[in-house]
Design a protein around this ligand. Structure first.
Ligand code: UDP
Length: 489
């Protein structure tokens, strides 16, 4: 085992995020958070991903924060099977997800070289970079894992092994013995549960790592944070360092997110013209793929709801007029002019959710979207698609009570296209019922709870708040470890 003799100066943490917006954005915000606490934070990424992050890093550095960016090449397409320029999961077709995951193994020697060159004290790497556990051990430094998910999904997933393999006839089952009975559909389980090769690697890497940093705060999911942080239950140490998006007050401080300045102005200007709480914001994150038929139903449903809406359609579905003509109802944008706005590509989501005009959020329940909604005190209409989103939906609706389901039961079949469409009538019924407050007690309660969680999120990141304290104790522990010059991490 090598050794990383205690270096002089501030603690140096190296952050190596998975190249996917849902993992990269929070890890970059996290690197910035540690920099605000005096830690020298270096983010490692590839050339195309770096272009998105420059603004955040440069602006932070200009304000005196010890945050920097280190660029390493993306592996050669000839070796990975990916097309040139596919440096981010959001640019890779769903069918090539595994090709992208396998490409991540090609980063081993560049990262090893970088550790030798920069000699950081800590490596924070995405869970999918399983081989970084051994690399950190070789360099005698602790590795912290970032999964991108919260304590509830992580704990449920840890617990899931007790239920696997499922009987082939099982459609759904209830996970008992937790503070809330959690109902899960077999087809709604993360795709990863079938990938035994990857599960084995993840388990082995976790056992060799120092701990986990989770983008959550204690009061959002207290029972599950306690379970997850209890080393006896999970076998791993954990720190809650979120919601990381709350540590950045100005837009340019936040991790590069991809909206153009013109789009940002157009969207926020449009929201300024709308009464408080009147708009439903609909966005399904950075990776979703809807069929044209489903997009059409959504459009017609939003129109029929009679409510004001801001709808983000992923760039590829709106790439050109021909692609769009396949699903966009004729004359749709003209008919809803003034009441509805379609954003093609990317919206400034954190700012949108923080805008007073936004009353509800139709979300796929990606962990970041969920957190950002909680931070803004905005209640959710849930429409999960894949990965751990069905588990997150259970947290939002059944545990926290800050959302309502767009549909009951199970509608989507893993990564495939929609097998059963969510119809325009269903979209219109739910949006029409909840947005703008229909006076229904259940809806009012959900909205009230969402506001309360928003308050709690803000308190968590203030001095003496739970997250603030967790970050303090993690830094102290890592610093002490460095000073001891321990080699047995
Ligand atoms: N996002 C955004 N604008 C968009 C779409 C997504 O800013 O139009 C951001 C969103 O705020 C979140 C991230 O992209 O931080 C998506 O992460 P999430 O975990 O919600 O979903 P994923 O994309 O991983 O499915």
């Amino acid at each position: 085992m090598g050794s990383n003799a205690a270096s002089a100066g501030p603690l140096h943490m190296l952050f190596f995020p998975l190249m996917s917006p849902g993992h990269m954005i929070p890890m970059v915000d996290m690197a910035r958070l540690f920099a605000t606490r005096g830690v020298r934070s270096t983010i490692v990424t590839t050339p195309l991903n770096a272009t998105n992050l420059r603004r955040t890093v440069d602006s932070s550095a200009a304000h005196g924060l010890p945050l920097s960016l280190h660029v390493i090449p993306f592996p050669d397409p000839a070796a990975t099977g990916l097309a040139p320029g596919q440096e981010n999961l959001s640019t890779v077709p769903t069918a090539h997800f595994n090709t992208f995951v396998m490409a991540l193994f090609h980063f081993q020697s560049p990262l090893a070289a970088l550790l030798r060159e920069l000699r950081p004290d800590v490596l924070v790497s995405d869970s999918l970079f399983t081989w970084t556990a051994d690399l950190a051990l070789e360099h005698g430094i602790p590795r912290l894992i970032f999964h991108g998910a919260g304590a509830f999904p992580l704990f449920v997933l840890t617990n899931l092994v007790n239920y696997l393999p499922l009987d082939p006839s099982t459609e759904s089952f209830t996970m008992n013995g937790l503070p809330h009975p959690i109902r899960l559909h077999k087809n709604g389980l993360p795709e990863l549960v079938d990938n035994f090769f990857m599960l084995k690697l993840l388990g082995e890497a976790e056992a060799k790592s120092y701990g986990v940093v989770v983008n959550t705060f204690h009061d959002m999911e207290p029972s599950y944070v306690n379970y997850y942080k209890n080393k006896n239950q999970t076998g791993i140490k954990a720190w809650c360092v979120g919601p990381v998006s709350l540590f950045c007050r100005a837009a340019e401080e936040r991790a590069g997110r991809g909206e153009s300045p013109a789009d940002r102005e157009r969207v926020l200007g449009w929201l300024n013209s709308k009464p408080a709480g009147s708009v439903v914001y609909m966005c399904f994150g950075s990776l979703c793929h809807f069929s044209g038929a489903q997009l059409r139903e959504i459009a017609l449903g939003l129109e029929a709801s009679g409510k004001a809406f801001l709808w983000v359609v992923r760039r590829e579905a709106a790439e050109d007029a021909a692609a769009e003509a396949e699903w966009m109802p004729e004359g749709f944008e003209k008919r809803v002019e003034g009441r509805g706005l379609v954003v093609r590509g990317w919206a400034p989501q954190v700012e949108v959710l923080g805008h007073a005009a936004v009353g509800w959020f139709v979300t796929h329940c990606g962990w970041n979207s969920l957190q950002e909604s909680v931070c803004a005190g905005v209640p959710m209409i849930t429409w999960p698609l894949f990965h751990e989103q069905f588990i997150n939906e259970a947290l939002v609706v059944d545990v926290m009570g800050v959302g309502v389901r767009m549909w009951e039961g199970f509608r989507r079949n893993r990564l495939e296209e929609a097998k059963v469409l969510v119809t325009a009538e269903e979209v219109a019924a739910v949006v029409g019922r909840v947005v703008g407050g229909g006076g229904e007690e259940e809806v009012e309660t959900v909205a009230r709870k969402a506001k309360e969680y928003g308050e709690a999120a803000r308190k968590a990141v203030e001095e003496e708040g739970s997250t603030y304290e967790d970050v303090t104790s993690l830094i102290k522990e890592l610093d002490a470890k460095r000073k001891e010059g321990q080699e047995d991490v």
